[in-house]
Each structure stands twice: as C-alpha cells, then as structure tokens.
Design a protein around this ligand. Structure first.
Ligand code: ATP
Ligand code: MG
Length: 229
C-alpha cells in the first residue's frame, strides 16, 4: 500500500536544544497511529512538523509522494487546507462565529457558492451529532460539543489525515469515549488516517493500530522511527 505521509530524518531545535531528533515515520491511508510520552518529550512538536504548522530544520516530509518540506508559507497553507485536518486540545473555535460558521470557515478561500458551503458544513455537523446546535456560538456549547464542532471543522475539506493533539484531554471520561468512537466512525466513513497525541493509554492509545512512544525527542515504535545512531 502507498504511504500517505512519510518523514525522513526530520530534526527540530529550539534555542539549540533538539526537540525532535533525526527519525523516520510513515502513515498509511486509514491507519490510526497514537503518540504517547512524557510532557516535554516532543509530541506536539512532531505533530506540528508533520502537519506543516512548523518547519523542520532538516529532513524531508513527503505527502503522497510529494515533498512538502520545501513549500513556502502560502503553499503550505493551501496544502494543509486541501489535505489535512487538525484538532487541538483547546478546540480553537472562533468565539464570535456560530457552530455552522466555524465549520464552514475553512471553505471560504474556495470559490464555492455560499449555499454549497452551508450545505457541506451542515452535513459535517450532522455527522458529529450537532445539527440542532448549528446556530449556537462556542460559549453556548459544552466542552464535548465544542470538540465535536472542531472535529467537524477539521473534516469539512475532506482531508486524508486527521492530526489531533490530546483531543480528549479537556473532556470527562465518557465524553472522551464518545469522541474516540466518533473518530473511529469517521475513519470508517472517510478512509481517514488518524494521528493522535494522547496521555490516555487506556482509552486512546489502546485503540490505535500502532503506538509510538516519544522519549527526549526520539520516537520508539514497533516499526516507525529509526533512531539516528
Ligand atoms: N516554540 C517553542 N519555543 C521554544 N521551545 C519550545 C517551543 N515549542 C516547544 N518547545 C520545547 O520543546 C520541548 C517539547 O515540547 P512539546 O510541546 O513538543 O512537548 P509535548 O511532548 O507535546 O509535551 P506535553 O505532553 O506537555 O504537551 C519542550 O521542552 C518545550 O519547552
Ligand atoms: Mg503537547
């Protein structure tokens, strides 16, 4: 099977400290990969590098065979919009917009008619079970509901990989379970690969196809990273 994403020897330093060390990683279409490790081990940084939110100092990232590491900011923004979804721990919704407007927001740069944009956003809200909350603003929604809106927003452009940084970290256990069920359902429905950073070994990492552990910027897994020796 062709890999959807592949990283080769990516390195990232902040203030001369290597936060992510030389390594190799791949993700197959529809695969669920979980990333675990202690606070400060580099999990979020790795996610930001793979999702094109941060630039690696060295190394290459390939997306469906295309090298994305050399793209400029504008090209990267288009790449992100068309190919990947990102879900943050604190949801990052725009407070002044309704749920429906938040979900349709990523569709604005395209020339899609407003009615189609609305329709697509509504379909996503239905998928996450929030059609009846479409006209509420984030502060009128519970944490779990806000997270579901952010998941709907991340998927509205039909990405092939969903990156999520501790998506259940701010939710109670039952709501976290339901968000995980939703991820796995969306994966079935959309052939979506999941790359999920988590502290929750039991409920999140245990459900993944592969588990990667980060220690001091190095990644240890069944097969993915080769440490620089
Ligand atoms: N923009 C930045 N500037 C400077 N240092 C940074 C920056 N981002 C991360 N770091 C440092 O890099 C290291 C790894 O951070 P990272 O956020 O990737 O860890 P993490 O594994 O996600 O931790 P947590 O589980 O607490 O979220 C930390 O020591 C952090 O202080
Ligand atoms: Mg983190």
């Amino acid at each position: 099977m062709n890999k959807v994403l592949e990283a080769q020897g990516i390195v990232k330093s902040y203030s001369n400290v290597q936060v992510v060390r030389d390594g190799h990683l791949h993700i197959y279409p529809g695969e669920f990969v979980s990333i675990v490790g202690r606070s400060g081990s580099g999990k979020s940084t790795l996610l930001y590098l793979l999702a094109g939110l941060e630039k690696a100092d060295r190394g290459e990232i390939h997306y469906k065979g295309r090298v994305i590491t050399g793209l400029n900011e504008e090209q990267l923004a288009v790449w992100r919009r068309d190919n990947i979804g990102i879900v943050f721990q604190n949801f990052n919704l725009i407070p002044t917009l309704t749920a429906l407007e938040n979900v349709s927001f990523p569709l604005y740069p395209s020339k899609m008619p407003a009615s189609e944009r609305r329709q697509k956003a509504m379909t996503m809200l239905e998928q996450v079970g929030l059609a009846d909350r479409a006209h509420n603003r984030p502060h009128q929604l519970s944490g779990g509901e806000q997270q579901r809106v952010s998941i709907a927003r991340s998927l509205v452009c039909q990405p092939s990989i969903l990156f999520a940084d501790e998506p259940t970290g701010n939710l109670d256990s039952d709501t976290g379970d339901r968000i995980m069920d939703l991820f796995l359902q969306l994966r079935e429905d959309h052939q979506l690969a999941l790359f999920i950073v988590t502290h929750d070994e039991e409920k999140v990492a245990a459900r993944a196809d592969r588990r990667i552990e980060m220690k001091d910027g190095r990644t240890y897994s069944d097969e993915i990273w080769e440490d620089a020796k």
